[in-house]
Ligand binder design. Sequence first.
Ligand code: PCA
Length: 211
Amino acid sequence: MKILVTGFEPFNQSDINPSMEIIGQLKAPKRTTLITEILPVEFKRSSERIKELLQIHRPEVVISLGQAGNRAEIAVERVAINLDNVRSSNGKSMLPDNAGDIRVDEPIEIDGAPAYFSTLPIWSLVNAINQKNIPAVVSNTAGTYVCNHVMYTVLYEAAKHYPEMRAGFVHVPFLPSQLDERKDFSAQPRYGMLLSDMVTGIQTVIDFMAP
Ligand code: PCA
């Protein structure tokens, strides 16, 4: 079985992205080929590249990883929506992607469904991670930034071309070192997770999906 696992480059003034660090430490389960790739935090290039990867490798399972710095747990995403938007919820700030692209309330795929649900067994994955004593939850929004964009693109492609493929997205918290970088956000609750715990959590997801 082929499992494709993607992570992301750093973004938003950070020089590290835990999803990228995790990728380097994952091990292929028995009878499984693990394909890994670091995607750019760019709307255009991330979806172009992921579409290419699906075509080249035809993986049975796709697990995409990203950083969600405001979370305390590993978050298994339930749903991706057909929307790119870099505007903050209060309308006061923008977070352009790494190419400087500023998308506000734009559809990702004109002929796509408004949303696609993850086709991974989200509750089983959350339980499996929690059983390793690592906090995990189901999340009901992957946001509207590049992570949601990649999750949506994979599920859109699956619906169109790869009905057998199972795919979904998992967000991970900041690393402890990233909290020190961000003293300016001290008014907000802040959480970090050890890289070793994140690796165990994501390895658990991969092992669960393996034959
Ligand atoms: N997190 C961002 C994009 C890249 C990443 O790691 C997100 O949640 O959209």
